[in-house]
Design a protein around this ligand. Structure first.
Ligand code: DGJ
Length: 794
């Protein structure tokens, strides 16, 4: 909802208010963004009180002698008129002027969300979104700045973007155009960012905001695993369940920049947008430049409340197409099973085992084209390797489909190897500075996506691949960051536009292909999570979160993602042990439990597994399918559990609060451990639920020599006898089974069976070794009362 009362602007969502006003000078004074407030038409209590200008500050102008822009909360800040903080915009006119002063000119309100040309953005029906556009004019140049505000009432989200239009006759040089600026009255906040590297994505950092500037940015060409564009600003005492928390993210896949700056008057300025470093864009007369959309949400329910706002917004207004709300298939991916070393027979063996255990989609990863037997060659040559696959993609996909599974394929279209027919035919299509040695990443070069011919080639070559068989899924990979940025197709003065133009070129390709193949399920990937962002999610409903498939590493990675992204977009696979990235051994159940809080897949050589392991995988998949809707689309809760030190505690709850699944993940086992209590979140306090786990069987090998305290015959640890015994005899795991109200489960907690402490073991003890975990199910109980005579909905 948007209301304008004379010079005052009120933007409201269900639980938040965003207010600003136009000062007599024409600047926009920011007044409030946060919890919804009741306000009359009189905004004066919110306005800054100015009686005099402090010494050593700049007086804005003769007509407003007491306005000092350095100490004002503003909707956008120009450069050069006294505001010396992070600017919203930086430009230079062709006569060299760099001072700007954008002042209010007019505004419009519409009940819709228009598209941004060339850039992906959120979308919503006319009932869901209202738009305010404020037009500002610069006093020093002939250009217009439009500030866009899109208000999504129901999801408590406001998005912002800006457009600069050169209305003059001379060229302009744009050096910065942010997407949003939020000025806070004080700086008692912390900034939380999610940084990392390859196989170590999304590691959370809480940083106190003090004097100076905190920056979260990427200059790698992509949104990057080094610093995801999503970040939070929260009250210093905010927790998972309480306190003010803002979440911000960009609908953009390239270089980004967000800064939290404390000024001389202890106000906080937050800006977020494209990375301005080296981005100069030339705008000829009549040209315009749109900054990517920034998504902002606020919750006074702490990090958890903010996350759930973001999740809902992404599910409803970012992800689109036939897969938007559709549950995703359980897949097997050939990468960690066979890497480059496969042929049709091997793949079919893998596929048959996959089918046997209930897998629904077979994904052929890297290595199927050109001479691609390692990572030095063939990117760009998208012709099937007939030595490996004599029947081509068509033949293989037919065989897989006949088995009763869908078929998917891996591609890395944005890249070229020097050793490829494509490079030999079109060396000018590779990103290279002619005459200089180029740095490679994974032996490959970027294709110059700023060039229309390259874009068209990609659309045409990928259309051919996607039509070459019964393909229902595509994994779109991208395995290097940018270096030696240069296009042989751009003039010298536009080379600084390379990175943004690349991203726009990519979006054009993705737009064309996803429109041409609307039924294909696309999964984004960039060495795992190197391009995990809202821009990609506008085209691809899911993204491979990390090349790290180790479940223990995945706990912090997936929890990191969960702050800003819903489970329905996070690809997560069960892989082999020892794990290929960490060489760690993690119990199979835990590998499944972690992956089930995402889009479950398997990525290991099933053909090498014995029947008992395959049976366990089959049980996992059967159970996941039963609960899949909740795992993928339920409301997600991170639970701070003081009885699980160092561990992780997650829960997903279905929309109507009838069913839920909770999980506890332990890191190292603790001797003589404290009582573990399960504290639920998100349940209906009044409803009674059947709370239970599915007991597991424990392998006698887990007990080693200790088994001899119970065994009638001596079993030597590591012996053949121990191995044979483990085949026929397993120990029963504990069973939890209670009827509890939602309020009991949340506010008192459910005391679980005692953990193993070296003093005997039976089914009343929870064997909780290193990296152990449990899933607990909640089913609404019906037709009874608290005397235990319930039935459940299932
Ligand atoms: C990187 C991806 O993240 C992996 O899953 C795999 O697809 C490889 N590339 C293949 O080269």
């Amino acid at each position: 909802m948007i209301k304008v009362i004379e010079d005052r602007f009120l933007l409201e969502t269900e639980n938040t208010s965003y207010l600003f006003r136009c000062l007599p000078s024409g600047h926009l004074e920011h007044l409030h963004y946060g919890k919804k407030i009741i306000i009359s038409d009189d905004f004066r209590p919110l306005s800054k009180k100015i009686a005099y200008l402090p010494g050593n500050t700049i007086a804005y102008g003769k007509n407003c002698p007491t306005i000092g822009l350095e100490n004002m909360a503003l909707e956008m800040s120009s450069l050069g008129k006294g505001d010396i903080r992070e600017p919203f915009i930086e430009l230079q006119t062709s006569s060299g002027i760099t001072t700007t002063d954008f002042l209010y000119d007019s505004h419009t309100i519409t009940c819709s969300k228009q598209d941004y040309v060339g850039l992906p953005s959120s979308y919503g029906s006319d009932e869901e979104v209202t738009t305010l556009v404020i037009t500002l004019k610069d006093r020093y140049s002939e250009c217009t700045l439009e500030l866009y505000y899109h208000v999504y009432y129901q999801t408590d989200v406001i998005t912002r973007s800006a457009k600069l239009i050169n209305t003059g006759t001379d060229a302009l040089f744009l050096d910065r155009l942010m997407s949003t600026q939020l000025d806070f009255d004080h700086s008692a906040y912390k900034m939380t960012t999610f940084t990392g590297a390859w196989v170590r994505e999304m590691q959370l950092n809480h940083q106190m905001i003090q004097a100076g500037t905190l920056v979260n940015s990427s200059r790698s060409g992509v949104s990057s695993n080094r610093a995801n564009p999503f970040f939070m600003i929260s009250a210093k005492n905010a927790t998972e369940t309480g306190g003010s928390c803002y979440g911000l993210n960009l609908v953009y896949s390239g270089n980004h920049y967000s800064a939290a700056q404390v000024d001389a008057f202890c106000k906080l300025r937050v800006v977020s947008g494209m990375n301005p470093m080296g981005m100069r864009h030339t705008l000829e007369a009549g040209d315009c430049f749109q900054s990517p959309e920034c998504v902002m949400t606020f919750s006074d329910q702490g990090f958890g409340g903010m996350s759930r706002n973001m999740h809902q917004f992404i599910k409803d207004h970012i992800v689109r197409g036939v897969w938007q709300h559709k549950t995703r298939p359980v897949l097997i991916n050939s990468w960690e099973a066979h890497y480059f070393d496969f042929n049709e027979a091997k793949l079919m063996r893998l596929a048959k085992k996959a089918k046997q255990i209930g897998i629904e989609l077979f994904v052929l990863d890297d290595g199927w084209f050109g001479n691609r037997n390692d990572d030095t060659t063939s990117l760009g040559d998208w012709n099937v390797n007939n030595k490996k696959l004599p029947g081509g993609i068509e033949g293989l996909s037919k065989k897989i489909t006949e088995l009763g599974m869908d078929f998917g394929i891996w591609v890395e279209p944005e890249m070229v190897n020097k050793d490829s027919d494509l490079y030999r035919a079109h060396p000018e299509w590779a990103v290279e500075i002619p005459g200089f040695e180029h740095a490679t990443g994974r032996n490959q070069y970027l294709l110059d996506l700023t060039c229309l011919d390259v874009q068209d080639y990609l659309i045409q070559s990928m259309s051919k691949v996607f039509s070459s068989g019964a393909i229902t899924y595509v994994k779109w990979d991208m395995n290097r960051i940018f270096s030696d940025c240069h296009s042989q197709n751009l003039p010298a003065h536009r080379q600084s536009e390379f990175s943004h133009r690349y991203v726009l070129g990519l979006y054009r390709v993705l737009d064309a292909l996803t429109k041409a193949f609307p039924d294909i399920l696309f999964e984004g990937c960039a060495s795992g999570g190197n391009r995990f962002d809202l821009g990609m999610l506008c085209y691809m409903p899911q993204i491979w979160a990390s090349d790290n498939t180790d479940a223990v590493s995945r706990l912090s990675i997936q929890e990191g993602y969960s702050y800003g992204y819903p489970q329905s977009v996070i690809g997560a696979h069960v892989s082999d042990c020892p794990n290929h990235q960490t060489l760690r051994h993690v119990p199979l159940e835990t590998r499944y439990h972690v992956a089930s809080f995402g889009l479950l897949g398997y990525e290991l050589n099933l053909s090498d597994l014995g029947s008992s392991v395959l049976n366990r995988l089959k049980q996992q998949i059967t159970s996941y399918k039963k609960w899949r809707k909740i795992f993928q689309f339920g409301d997600f809760y991170r639970i701070e559990n003081p009885t699980l030190p160092g561990g992780y505690n997650w829960m997903v709850v279905d929309e109507d609060q009838k069913k839920a699944v909770g999980a506890v993940f332990q890191k190292e086992a603790m001797a003589n451990q404290m009582d573990l209590i399960f504290y639920a979140r998100g349940l209906d306090p009044q409803t009674t639920y059947h709370f239970y786990n599915i007991p597991t069987k424990h392998n006698v090998k887990l007990f080693g020599d200790l088994i001899n305290t119970a065994s009638p015959v001596h079993i030597k640890n590591g012996s053949v006898v121990q191995h044979l015994v483990s085949k026929v005899y397993q120990l029963d795991g504990e069973h939890e089974d209670h009827y509890v109200s939602g309020s009991l489960a949340e506010f008192a907690g459910i005391k679980l069976k005692q953990g193993f402490g070296g003093v005997g073991f039976d089914a009343s003890v929870r064997l909780f070794e290193d990296y152990a975990s449990r899933l607990y199910y909640f089913d609404r109980a019906i037709g009874g009362n608290t005397n235990g005579t319930f039935k459940t909905d299932l």
